[in-house]
Design a binder for this molecule. Structure first.
Ligand SMILES: [Zn+2]
Length: 324
């Protein structure tokens, strides 16, 4: 073999090795950085001139005693300037309401944070996915929304939190925020410490329009604005299972814009880290899951889904009677 051919073989070998190295580096880049892609990097201005848009993005680090909101944590407020508000929606997703809310937010180029109930996210994964796709922040609000976790023992509360995040994560199939809100805003010290250990930010509220009280859309807007006049800023608590909230939202966003309020979008510094599956199983095993009186935002599943469930129950009862 001539020297020229040997040299060509040597160069070809180097080129192949270089290609293999490059593809390995590219593969690791995609695997390591893809979870961060869905977290927006900077605030976007709104093409719709009458839309409120997002004035700034506030990054929250869940690993440092992250508890925010006047109602549960008194002085521990989110670092907002006067006139800044954060929109949050609990208890969903419920397709016919959440989709309307997402539409109103998109029209205003507004971004919100959704605290989804695990069961609800699993029942409507396409809506949970849409929340992420449209650039909103998605956290969790337990697995089945027990009314008051203070009345339950610690393993149950821990199960509700971990399983809730697990449900939302599997519904979305991608990264979610390590943001949590207690059902009914009922926290207790042991659970707060657990959330700290897990690097999960614990969100309370500042402005409570009371949309779970079955009030009208106009009342929701009026109550939000009057509380904001007094407090000047804060985290607004709304529910994306209430049709009145979906009706109120376009008017509320316009009213906030007219009065000079600015919308802040909260995002996590890093995505939620699920517990290893072995630890999660341990949490499941310690808890015998029997919770028939599950209530989501003051409504039972029957009230939420109405007709379809009633028909199914009726059919069951009829077949029972015939079989006697
Ligand atoms: Zn709730």
């Amino acid at each position: 073999m001539t020297d020229g051919v040997l040299q060509a073989y040597f160069l070809l070998g180097c080129f192949v090795r270089y290609l293999i190295l490059l593809s390995v580096v590219l593969f690791f880049c995609v695997v390591c950085f893809s979870p961060l892609i869905s977290i927006p990097a900077k605030a976007k201005s709104c093409r719709n001139s009458s839309g409120i848009g997002v004035s700034r993005i506030l990054t929250i680090d869940g690993s440092m005693d992250a508890r925010f909101g006047r109602v549960q944590f008194g002085e521990k407020l989110l670092p907002l300037k006067r006139g800044e508000v954060v929109l949050t929606f609990d208890d969903g997703p419920l397709p016919h309401v959440t989709n309307r809310i997402l539409k109103a937010l998109a029209r205003h180029c507004a971004k919100a944070t959704f605290f989804a109930v695990g069961k609800m996210a699993k029942a409507a994964p396409h809506v949970a996915q849409r929340i992420i796709q449209e650039g909103h922040t998605l956290g969790s609000h337990t697995h089945s929304h027990p009314r008051d976790l203070r009345h339950h023992y610690f393993p149950y509360s821990r199960f509700q939190i971990e399983r809730g995040f697990h449900d939302v994560l599997s519904a979305v199939g991608g990264p979610i925020a390590p943001f949590f809100r207690f059902p009914g805003l009922h926290d207790y010290p042991k659970m707060n410490s657990y959330l700290d250990e897990r690097g999960i930010a614990n969100f309370s509220v500042d402005i409570v329009p009371g949309d779970t009280d079955d009030i009208s859309a106009r009342a929701i807007i009026r109550r939000t604005l009057s509380q904001l006049r007094r407090r000047g800023k804060g985290i607004i608590l709304l529910h994306d299972i209430k049709p009145a909230t979906a009706r109120a939202l376009p008017g509320l966003l316009s009213a906030l814009k007219r009065r000079g309020y600015r919308l802040v979008h909260i995002v996590p510094s890093k995505p939620f880290q699920p517990v290893p599956i072995v630890k999660l199983n341990e949490v499941y095993e310690k808890f015998n899951h029997r919770d028939p009186k599950t209530i989501i935002g003051g409504l039972t599943y029957f009230q939420l889904y109405g007709e379809a469930i009633r028909k199914r129950r009726y059919r069951k009862r009829r077949t029972k009677r015939h079989s006697r």
